[in-house]
Design a protein around this ligand. Structure first.
Ligand code: BES
Ligand code: MN
Ligand code: ZN
Length: 497
């Protein structure tokens, strides 16, 4: 899905398209510049305002049909609230909502009328980037398996920015955002496929296919190779499944030859049944999304390469299926990871940290600038934070600084949770170096992070993706994987480019 992007200086009455999107702030509805837009809808907008059906409050949306003399079919009036309170996230949320509403009425060609004060406040580049990203992400829907397509849900064909003050910045900001959003939507596709069709092997194949013709080199380690490399932890998880585990490695060299790369590791459990410590059946279907860490890393590194960022970046996707087959891992079994540490497996449902143990150990070979892993690792993190923020863990000052800048720049929300020796206590085993569970009911996100830390000997941070998928259609996104992490990875990489 890729739409055309353009800027235009045409008169309002001349512009063609399915919808004109126009923004209004609270308390500014009497200004002269609105008369022209009101004219397009034959005065119906001023009537709406008179009736107090539209006050410009944040996220208020009214769609009105235009008069027959003009070429645009309808106008979508979007409230942004008080002008002084508008920031990137207010603007992104309101535009996403507006685009979803427009999409419901057979819209494919979108015209966005710039508000010069708003464009100036957000900066032209960012204003266009937010708009483009909102359109691409909010209209994305996974319809692959629906044979009777909903005829009303069209993909966007074009996005035209009208009356912008800085056309060059608008164009470049929109193009960059479109590249990032395309990678994010590809990442969402990976997650939305059912687990029967998105096995570790098909995930690896999809990554290979998407990276063909890009500057990303893809290598895949199969089980035999992983065995020879001492990756006993991921192999332990994969034992109970008929699907072969795959360690997918994506290498991008956009920086200087000898620059230390940033390495991103992703949890790629294509289905998490829990294994012998089997999960309850309610909502188990959602565990097809347990590979969204890997999908975020795949999309992130793909986008970094498409943007041609001058940085070296590596993605390591630890892909396996967690099943309770006859040869499955048993509670009490002890595994040896690539860094030679032994792990007592007390719960086979704490499998994400096992596959990451080998991925993180392997990352050391790159002598990385730093490593960040992305994983749908614990239910405890969702209990702590809900599903807006993902949890972030580090003891490295530089990684923290970079992450805080990147969360702001990308709009992908993360919130820091504690990591430290207190939690390393929680994973002490009587029979092995560490155990894969913490203490019941206590800081499960932090003890999981402390476990991962045992497999790192470099600057490192960990993201526990509490924010990864939505089970129903929301006001800003259709249901399914939400693309969290892709833009965050691009922003992290940009800080070193
Ligand atoms: N993939 C799950 C965590 C998860 C569950 C994320 C639901 C999002 C939604 C993970 O593999 C898991 O099962 N973790 C266990 C760990 C426990 C057994 C120590 C958990 O959080 O209950
Ligand atoms: Mn699990
Ligand atoms: Zn899992």
């Amino acid at each position: 899905m890729s739409f055309e992007i353009d800027v235009s200086k045409e008169e309002l009455g001349e512009i063609e398209g399915d919808v004109l999107v126009a923004f209004f702030c609270e308390g500014e509805l009497s200004e002269a510049r609105f008369e022209e837009v009101d004219g397009l809808v034959g005065g119906a907008f001023s009537a709406t305002v008179r009736n107090r059906d539209f006050e410009g409050k944040v996220n208020q949306i009214v769609v009105l049909p235009t008069v027959k003399e003009v070429k645009i079919k309808r106008v979508c009036f979007v409230g942004l609230g008080e002008r002084k309170k508008i920031d990137s996230s207010v603007y992104f949320g309101a535009t996403s909502r507006a685009f979803i509403v427009c999409q419901k009425s057979k819209t494919a060609s979108y015209v966005v009328l710039s508000d010069s004060k708003l464009e100036k406040k957000l900066k032209s580049h960012h204003f266009a980037g937010l708009t483009t990203k909102a359109l691409a992400l909010s209209t994305y829907h996974f319809g692959k398996y629906i044979t009777k397509k909903d005829a009303r849900l069209l993909d966007p064909q074009s996005l035209v920015f009208l009356s912008v003050s800085d056309a060059k910045s608008v164009k470049s900001g929109a193009a960059r955002a479109q590249t990032i959003a395309a990678s994010a939507n590809w990442s969402r596709d990976l997650g939305n496929h059912p687990a029967g069709d998105m096995t570790p092997k098909s995930l690896a194949d999809d990554v290979r296919r998407a990276c063909k013709g890009t500057a990303v080199k893809v290598r895949v380690l199969d089980e035999e190779k992983m065995k020879s490399m001492g990756m006993g932890a991921i192999l332990g998880v994969s034992k109970g499944s008929v699907e072969e585990a795959q360690m997918v490695i994506m290498e991008y060299k956009g920086g200087k030859k000898d620059d230390a790369p940033i390495v991103f590791c992703g949890k790629g459990i294509t289905f998490d049944s829990g294994g012998i410590s089997i999960k309850p059946s309610s909502k188990m279907d959602e565990m097809k999304f347990d590979m969204l860490g890997a999908a975020a890393v795949a999309g992130g590194v793909h986008a970094v390469a498409q943007l041609g960022l001058k940085v070296n970046a590596v993605g390591i996707l630890a892909c396996a299926e967690n099943m309770p087959g006859a040869s499955a891992l048993r509670p009490g079994d002890i595994l040896t990871a690539r860094n030679k540490k032994t792990i007592e497996v007390l719960n086979t449902d704490a499998e994400g940290r096992l596959v990451l143990a080998d991925a993180l150990s392997y990352a050391a070979k790159y002598k990385p600038k730093y490593v960040v892993d992305f994983a749908t690792l614990t239910g405890a993190c969702i209990v702590a934070l809900g599903t807006h923020y993902s949890g972030f863990f580090t003891q490295d000052k530089n990684v923290r600084t970079n992450m805080m800048k990147a969360t702001k720049a990308s709009g992908d929300p993360v919130w820091e949770l504690p990591l430290g020796s207190e939690y390393t206590e929680h994973i002490k085993s009587k029979v092995a170096d560490v155990k894969n569970t913490g203490r019941r009911g206590q800081a499960g996100g932090s003890s999981a992070a402390a476990f991962l830390q045992e497999f790192t000997d470099y600057s490192w941070g960990h993201v526990d993706m509490a924010n990864a998928w939505n089970t129903s259609d929301g006001p800003t996104l259709h249901c399914g994987a939400n693309g969290f992490g892709v833009h965050l990875i691009v922003s992290l990489a940009s800080l070193s480019a």
